[in-house]
Design a protein around this ligand. Structure first.
Ligand code: DX5
Ligand code: ZN
Length: 220
Protein backbone atom coordinates (compact mmCIF):
# COMPACT_ATOMS: atom_id res chain seq x y z
CA UNK A 1 0.00 0.00 0.00
CA UNK A 2 1.46 3.37 -0.95
CA UNK A 3 1.45 6.34 1.40
CA UNK A 4 0.16 9.81 0.55
CA UNK A 5 2.01 12.97 1.53
CA UNK A 6 -0.29 15.97 1.04
CA UNK A 7 1.53 19.12 -0.13
CA UNK A 8 0.22 22.28 1.53
CA UNK A 9 2.10 24.54 -0.90
CA UNK A 10 -0.75 25.78 -3.03
CA UNK A 11 -4.50 26.27 -3.21
CA UNK A 12 -5.03 26.89 0.51
CA UNK A 13 -6.45 30.21 1.71
CA UNK A 14 -4.38 31.28 4.70
CA UNK A 15 -7.37 32.07 6.91
CA UNK A 16 -8.93 28.65 6.16
CA UNK A 17 -5.69 26.66 6.51
CA UNK A 18 -6.40 25.10 9.92
CA UNK A 19 -9.71 23.70 8.68
CA UNK A 20 -8.01 22.29 5.57
CA UNK A 21 -5.32 20.61 7.68
CA UNK A 22 -7.99 19.08 9.91
CA UNK A 23 -9.94 17.80 6.87
CA UNK A 24 -6.77 16.33 5.35
CA UNK A 25 -6.07 14.43 8.58
CA UNK A 26 -9.64 13.10 8.66
CA UNK A 27 -9.23 12.06 5.02
CA UNK A 28 -6.34 9.74 6.02
CA UNK A 29 -3.22 11.31 4.61
CA UNK A 30 0.01 9.74 5.87
CA UNK A 31 2.18 12.89 5.88
CA UNK A 32 1.92 16.64 5.50
CA UNK A 33 4.40 17.66 2.79
CA UNK A 34 6.00 21.03 3.62
CA UNK A 35 7.56 22.68 0.54
CA UNK A 36 10.23 25.13 1.71
CA UNK A 37 11.64 27.43 -1.00
CA UNK A 38 14.32 30.10 -0.48
CA UNK A 39 14.01 32.22 -3.65
CA UNK A 40 17.59 31.19 -4.59
CA UNK A 41 17.51 27.44 -5.28
CA UNK A 42 14.11 28.08 -6.90
CA UNK A 43 12.58 31.51 -7.73
CA UNK A 44 9.64 31.09 -5.33
CA UNK A 45 9.94 32.00 -1.63
CA UNK A 46 7.69 30.01 0.72
CA UNK A 47 9.72 29.58 3.92
CA UNK A 48 7.71 31.96 6.12
CA UNK A 49 4.33 30.51 5.08
CA UNK A 50 5.55 26.92 5.29
CA UNK A 51 6.99 27.50 8.77
CA UNK A 52 3.64 28.98 9.85
CA UNK A 53 1.73 26.04 8.38
CA UNK A 54 4.10 23.42 9.82
CA UNK A 55 3.81 25.05 13.27
CA UNK A 56 0.00 25.05 13.08
CA UNK A 57 -0.04 21.43 11.93
CA UNK A 58 2.26 20.45 14.80
CA UNK A 59 -0.18 22.09 17.23
CA UNK A 60 -3.34 20.43 15.91
CA UNK A 61 -2.26 17.08 14.46
CA UNK A 62 -0.03 14.05 15.04
CA UNK A 63 0.32 13.34 11.32
CA UNK A 64 4.07 13.33 10.55
CA UNK A 65 5.77 16.22 8.75
CA UNK A 66 7.59 15.47 5.48
CA UNK A 67 9.76 18.56 4.99
CA UNK A 68 11.04 19.16 1.45
CA UNK A 69 13.85 21.77 1.38
CA UNK A 70 14.24 23.43 -2.00
CA UNK A 71 16.95 25.69 -0.60
CA UNK A 72 20.68 26.37 -0.46
CA UNK A 73 22.25 26.71 3.04
CA UNK A 74 20.55 23.44 3.88
CA UNK A 75 21.78 23.23 7.50
CA UNK A 76 20.33 26.69 8.27
CA UNK A 77 16.93 25.54 7.06
CA UNK A 78 17.18 22.22 8.90
CA UNK A 79 17.68 24.27 12.08
CA UNK A 80 14.51 26.23 11.27
CA UNK A 81 12.36 23.10 11.21
CA UNK A 82 13.98 20.71 13.65
CA UNK A 83 12.03 22.14 16.65
CA UNK A 84 8.85 20.86 14.97
CA UNK A 85 10.23 17.32 15.16
CA UNK A 86 9.66 16.44 11.48
CA UNK A 87 9.50 12.76 10.61
CA UNK A 88 11.77 13.37 7.61
CA UNK A 89 13.77 16.25 6.13
CA UNK A 90 14.72 16.03 2.46
CA UNK A 91 17.36 18.22 0.80
CA UNK A 92 18.31 18.57 -2.87
CA UNK A 93 21.58 17.03 -4.03
CA UNK A 94 21.87 19.95 -6.48
CA UNK A 95 22.05 22.33 -3.49
CA UNK A 96 25.27 20.92 -2.05
CA UNK A 97 28.79 21.42 -3.39
CA UNK A 98 30.47 18.13 -2.49
CA UNK A 99 29.99 14.57 -1.31
CA UNK A 100 31.51 15.59 2.02
CA UNK A 101 28.95 18.34 2.46
CA UNK A 102 26.14 15.93 1.64
CA UNK A 103 27.33 13.46 4.28
CA UNK A 104 27.72 16.31 6.78
CA UNK A 105 24.07 17.29 6.23
CA UNK A 106 22.90 13.66 6.44
CA UNK A 107 24.61 13.29 9.81
CA UNK A 108 23.38 16.69 11.02
CA UNK A 109 19.76 15.78 10.26
CA UNK A 110 20.15 12.39 11.96
CA UNK A 111 21.76 13.98 15.04
CA UNK A 112 18.63 16.13 15.23
CA UNK A 113 16.46 12.99 15.42
CA UNK A 114 14.87 13.22 11.98
CA UNK A 115 14.97 10.76 9.12
CA UNK A 116 16.80 11.92 5.99
CA UNK A 117 15.77 12.19 2.34
CA UNK A 118 17.67 13.33 -0.74
CA UNK A 119 15.79 14.85 -3.68
CA UNK A 120 16.78 14.95 -7.34
CA UNK A 121 15.33 17.38 -9.87
CA UNK A 122 14.14 16.11 -13.28
CA UNK A 123 17.43 16.85 -15.07
CA UNK A 124 19.62 15.20 -12.40
CA UNK A 125 20.59 11.57 -13.07
CA UNK A 126 19.79 8.99 -10.43
CA UNK A 127 23.45 7.84 -10.34
CA UNK A 128 24.22 11.13 -8.58
CA UNK A 129 22.69 9.84 -5.32
CA UNK A 130 23.64 6.13 -5.43
CA UNK A 131 26.47 6.48 -2.91
CA UNK A 132 24.19 8.11 -0.32
CA UNK A 133 21.31 5.62 -0.49
CA UNK A 134 22.57 3.18 2.18
CA UNK A 135 22.77 6.11 4.65
CA UNK A 136 19.35 7.72 4.10
CA UNK A 137 15.68 6.75 4.44
CA UNK A 138 14.07 8.16 1.30
CA UNK A 139 14.93 9.31 -2.20
CA UNK A 140 12.57 11.97 -3.58
CA UNK A 141 12.32 11.90 -7.37
CA UNK A 142 10.85 15.21 -8.62
CA UNK A 143 8.26 14.58 -11.30
CA UNK A 144 7.99 18.32 -12.03
CA UNK A 145 10.57 21.13 -11.99
CA UNK A 146 10.85 22.25 -8.35
CA UNK A 147 9.30 25.62 -7.55
CA UNK A 148 5.54 25.53 -7.94
CA UNK A 149 2.45 23.41 -7.33
CA UNK A 150 -0.13 22.72 -10.02
CA UNK A 151 2.33 21.65 -12.75
CA UNK A 152 1.94 18.67 -15.08
CA UNK A 153 4.00 15.53 -14.40
CA UNK A 154 7.06 15.25 -16.70
CA UNK A 155 6.64 11.81 -18.38
CA UNK A 156 10.42 11.15 -18.68
CA UNK A 157 10.69 11.11 -14.87
CA UNK A 158 8.68 7.86 -14.68
CA UNK A 159 11.64 5.99 -16.16
CA UNK A 160 13.90 7.44 -13.46
CA UNK A 161 11.62 5.99 -10.78
CA UNK A 162 11.70 2.61 -12.54
CA UNK A 163 15.52 2.64 -12.76
CA UNK A 164 15.84 3.74 -9.13
CA UNK A 165 13.52 0.92 -8.01
CA UNK A 166 15.56 -1.58 -10.00
CA UNK A 167 18.80 -0.28 -8.47
CA UNK A 168 17.62 -0.45 -4.85
CA UNK A 169 16.14 -3.92 -5.37
CA UNK A 170 19.30 -5.24 -7.07
CA UNK A 171 21.43 -3.82 -4.25
CA UNK A 172 19.09 -4.81 -1.38
CA UNK A 173 18.76 -1.22 -0.20
CA UNK A 174 15.81 -0.59 2.13
CA UNK A 175 14.64 2.91 1.18
CA UNK A 176 11.40 4.72 0.30
CA UNK A 177 10.93 6.23 -3.14
CA UNK A 178 8.82 9.39 -3.09
CA UNK A 179 7.37 10.85 -6.32
CA UNK A 180 6.67 14.57 -6.07
CA UNK A 181 4.78 16.82 -8.47
CA UNK A 182 1.78 16.57 -10.76
CA UNK A 183 0.45 13.45 -9.03
CA UNK A 184 -3.29 12.89 -9.64
CA UNK A 185 -5.58 9.88 -10.04
CA UNK A 186 -4.15 9.18 -13.52
CA UNK A 187 -0.45 9.80 -12.96
CA UNK A 188 -0.52 8.05 -9.56
CA UNK A 189 -0.93 4.72 -11.36
CA UNK A 190 2.19 5.37 -13.46
CA UNK A 191 4.48 6.30 -10.59
CA UNK A 192 3.21 3.41 -8.41
CA UNK A 193 3.81 0.90 -11.21
CA UNK A 194 7.29 2.39 -11.65
CA UNK A 195 8.05 1.73 -7.96
CA UNK A 196 7.24 4.85 -5.92
CA UNK A 197 5.78 3.98 -2.50
CA UNK A 198 5.16 7.52 -1.22
CA UNK A 199 3.22 9.91 -3.45
CA UNK A 200 3.18 13.66 -2.89
CA UNK A 201 0.00 15.29 -4.07
CA UNK A 202 -1.11 18.88 -3.60
CA UNK A 203 -3.42 20.36 -6.20
CA UNK A 204 -5.18 17.08 -7.05
CA UNK A 205 -6.25 16.71 -3.41
CA UNK A 206 -6.82 20.35 -2.40
CA UNK A 207 -8.87 21.11 -5.51
CA UNK A 208 -11.01 17.97 -5.17
CA UNK A 209 -14.58 17.90 -3.81
CA UNK A 210 -13.96 14.92 -1.55
CA UNK A 211 -10.46 14.63 0.01
CA UNK A 212 -11.13 11.15 1.41
CA UNK A 213 -12.24 9.77 -1.96
CA UNK A 214 -9.29 11.35 -3.77
CA UNK A 215 -6.76 10.09 -1.22
CA UNK A 216 -8.12 6.54 -1.26
CA UNK A 217 -8.11 6.72 -5.08
CA UNK A 218 -4.44 7.73 -5.04
CA UNK A 219 -3.65 4.88 -2.63
CA UNK A 220 -5.34 2.02 -4.51
C1 DX5 B 1 7.07 21.49 -6.20
C2 DX5 B 1 6.82 20.81 -4.86
C3 DX5 B 1 5.72 19.79 -4.92
C4 DX5 B 1 4.36 20.38 -5.34
C5 DX5 B 1 3.34 19.29 -5.41
O1 DX5 B 1 8.28 22.19 -6.15
O2 DX5 B 1 7.98 20.15 -4.40
O3 DX5 B 1 5.60 19.16 -3.63
O4 DX5 B 1 3.97 21.35 -4.39
O5 DX5 B 1 2.11 19.90 -5.72
P1 DX5 B 1 1.22 19.39 -6.97
O6 DX5 B 1 0.65 18.07 -6.54
O7 DX5 B 1 0.18 20.46 -7.12
O8 DX5 B 1 2.15 19.24 -8.14
ZN1 ZN C 1 7.69 18.91 -2.64
Amino acid sequence: MVEISASVLSGIERDKATKVFYNLEVANIDYFHIDVMDGKFVPNITHELMKEYATTIKQISNIPLDVHLMTYYVKDYVEQYIDLEPNIITFHIEAVKSKEEAFEIINFIKQNHSRVGIAISPSTSIEKVYEFLPYIHMVLIMTVEPGYGGQKLIPETIHKIKMMKQYIDNNNIEIDIEADGGINLDTAKLVKEAGANILVSGTAIIKSEDYKKTISGLKT
